[in-house]
Design a protein around this ligand. Structure first.
Ligand SMILES: C[S@@+](CC[C@H](N)C(=O)[O-])C[C@H]1O[C@@H](n2cnc3c(N)ncnc32)[C@H](O)[C@@H]1O
Ligand code: SF4
Ligand code: SF4
Ligand code: SF4
Length: 317
């Protein structure tokens, strides 16, 4: 019997226009080896499935309370305010994450989907069948499928098989990667990847390690190796205030990218935004988020022009 390959996904988003050329469907895989404090998808960081709670959906214990008493570990109790100042007097459940094993029993009884498990095991065929439904949009727009995360190449068997099956179905493929993965996994993915969306978050390795948790040498080395093998890039730079937005820092980007510029279709400057901050409370784990004002238009334009000076095609967003 053929082996069923499964992966842990947390979302599949159709009609994406940011994750590569044309209209795309993006598959998000769970688990990331990096820990960016500004990450707009913190639910992607943990490798396992985990309980989330969305206050905005919760009806409150007095009008619902279905989750109270069902937990086999007695992790859910009556709480006044769960983790955030919610600005109303509804009594919400309090989840003690130290007792929770993410079994999902409470999520099954929550009719409002306020409690839910983020992360589901799916087979390659299941995901491919979902993706094929969008093929008319891909064909019409020169779009395709993007596999993202988290870090999709931390689930190499699933990701590579998914890419292979997409190619068998004449679907354009892109990988959205941190680059912080074993070269062997990238090498295996290369023949089935039309494009790498490749993030360069910080050019100073010590700072990269201090802020994001891992150094950047492997990321830079893998980028060079992909270029040597003829891979195509959309390079992405999230422009983060006080981390990488200075003129001096962008000189380092320019010098690095100049060497691989013939493999780069475009450099995307992604201005830091705060859109993901509400997701941090859903995780129930008190994870801290970096909050700042976004970089202004003048600065973004100046950095764009700076990189264009290295012969690169650059766009903001
Ligand atoms: C969720 S990530 C997926 C790929 C992979 N996890 C990575 O970061 O390299 C998609 C893109 O969003 C960017 N991003 C994440 N949080 C952001 C934020 N708060 N502001 C701007 N860009 C952000 C990442 O840098 C990355 O280019
Ligand atoms: S079951 Fe869901 S909606 Fe009801 S109180 Fe619990 S979390 Fe809120
Ligand atoms: S997911 Fe956690 S809180 Fe919910 S029932 Fe299971 S152990 Fe209890
Ligand atoms: S690499 Fe991407 S998914 Fe991972 S923490 Fe950073 S922004 Fe989030």
């Amino acid at each position: 019997m053929e082996k069923v390959i499964t992966g842990k996904t947390y979302d599949i988003q159709g009609f994406s226009v940011q994750d590569g050329p044309g209209i795309r469907t993006t598959v998000f895989l769970k688990g990331c080896p990096l820990d960016c404090p500004w990450c707009h998808s913190p639910e992607s960081k943990e490798f396992s499935s985990e309980l989330n709670w969305m206050s905005i959906r919760c009806i409150g214990i007095d009008d619902c309370g279905m989750c109270i008493g069902v937990c086999p570990n007695d992790a859910i109790n009556r709480g006044l305010i769960n983790h955030i100042e919610l600005g109303d007097d509804i009594v919400y459940p309090h989840v003690d994450k130290s007792k929770c094993n993410d079994c999902g029993v409470c999520a099954n009884v929550c009719k409002a989907d306020a409690l839910y498990i983020c992360g589901v095991d799916q087979s390659v065929d299941e995901v491919v069948n979902r993706l094929i439904r969008d093929k008319p949009f891909f064909d019409e727009s020169n779009g395709g499928v993007t596999i993202s995360g988290g870090e999709c190449l931390c689930q190499p068997e699933f990701t590579i098989e998914l890419l292979k099956k997409c190619k068998e179905n004449q679907i354009n493929t892109a990988i959205d990667t941190t680059g912080f993965v074993k070269w062997q996994n990238i090498e295996k993915a290369l023949p089935y990847s039309d494009l790498f969306l490749y993030d360069l978050k910080c050019m100073d390795s010590e700072l990269h390690k201090k802020i994001i948790g891992v150094p950047n040498e492997l990321i830079l080395e893998n980028a060079r190796k992909i270029a040597n093998k003829g891979g195509r890039f959309w390079i992405r730079i999230p422009v983060i205030p006080m981390l990488n937005d200075s003129k001096e820092h962008f000189e380092k980007y320019g010098e690095f990218l100049r060497d691989i510029k013939y493999n780069i279709d475009i450099v995307q400057l992604l201005p830091y935004h705060k859109m993901g901050i509400s997701k941090y409370d859903r995780l129930l784990n008190n994870q801290k988020v970096f909050v700042s004002e976004p970089p202004n238009d003048k600065l973004m334009q100046a950095r764009k022009e700076q990189l264009e000076g290295y012969g690169l095609k650059v766009r903001i967003h």
